[in-house]
Design a protein around this ligand. Structure first.
Ligand SMILES: CC(C)(COP(=O)(O)OP(=O)(O)OC[C@H]1O[C@@H](n2cnc3c(N)ncnc32)[C@H](O)[C@@H]1OP(=O)(O)O)[C@@H](O)C(=O)NCCC(=O)NCCS
Length: 184
């Protein structure tokens, strides 16, 4: 991916040196959908960073002022190319939540995916209990298109039975994004 600069952030590919910052939030992922990404130690974080460095759809969110990695985005790695459609997801170190960084980063990524990469439709899956992500989708102008009941399971209960999540799909079309941007 190309480097994207916003007011306070740099969006760039992952690179050697990111492991400590990545481990800071993937040692204990807060969203059930990211539990499988949980890292046991710094050595695992270093391997994960190398994987991410090779993944075109993986974006490191860094503070412009300090260079610190504070979260990541996934999206637009060539999936569903026929339909010019891509899923997008986000994960911010909770220490940096509530400061508008997620919105600033996703807004820049959406603009890049629609304008530079030519995507026609972006969508995100969000669990029904994940209010911060729903709020983010709404601020991005995404439409809630449906709820899939007991759609997926990321974890089991104490008896070993899967806990199924109700999952919402949010989406926005390029023409909607362009229309909103030209009005703002
Ligand atoms: C979802 C997630 C990215 C949202 O992060 P966030 O920091 O709450 O989101 P935002 O960047 O939109 O910032 C939120 C608040 O910062 C506030 N803020 C503070 N300073 C700000 C500034 N300078 N500029 C803009 N907003 C600012 C805003 O008021 C905003 O609150 P509002 O939405 O009520 O207006 C984060 O909770 C997360 O990573 N969760 C775990 C991973 C996850 O659930 N991923 C999705 C899986 S489906």
């Amino acid at each position: 991916m190309q480097i994207i600069e916003t007011e306070r952030l740099i969006l760039r590919p992952f690179r050697v040196g990111d492991a400590t910052d990545l481990f800071a939030y993937l040692r204990a992922p807060t969203a059930p959908c990211f539990l499988k990404l949980k890292l046991a130690d710094l050595a695992e974080a270093e391997i994960e960073v190398m994987k991410r460095a090779l993944d075109q759809g993986c974006v490191a969110i860094c503070l412009k002022e300090t260079g610190q990695l504070i979260g990541d985005l996934f999206g637009g790695a060539g999936e569903d190319d026929e339909d010019e459609t891509a899923s997008v997801c986000w994960n911010l170190n909770p220490q940096f939540g509530g400061q508008g960084y997620a919105f600033e980063a996703t807004r820049a990524l959406f603009d890049h995916l629609f304008r530079a990469k030519g995507f026609r439709r972006l969508y995100a899956y969000v669990e029904d209990h994940n209010k911060p992500s729903q709020r983010l989708c709404e601020k991005l102008g995404m439409r809630r298109e449906g709820v899939f009941f007991e759609f997926v399971s990321f974890t089991n209960d104490d008896a070993g039975n899967p806990i199924y999540e109700n999952t919402m799909q949010y989406a926005i079309l390029r023409r909607e994004w362009m229309g909103a941007v030209s009005r703002s």
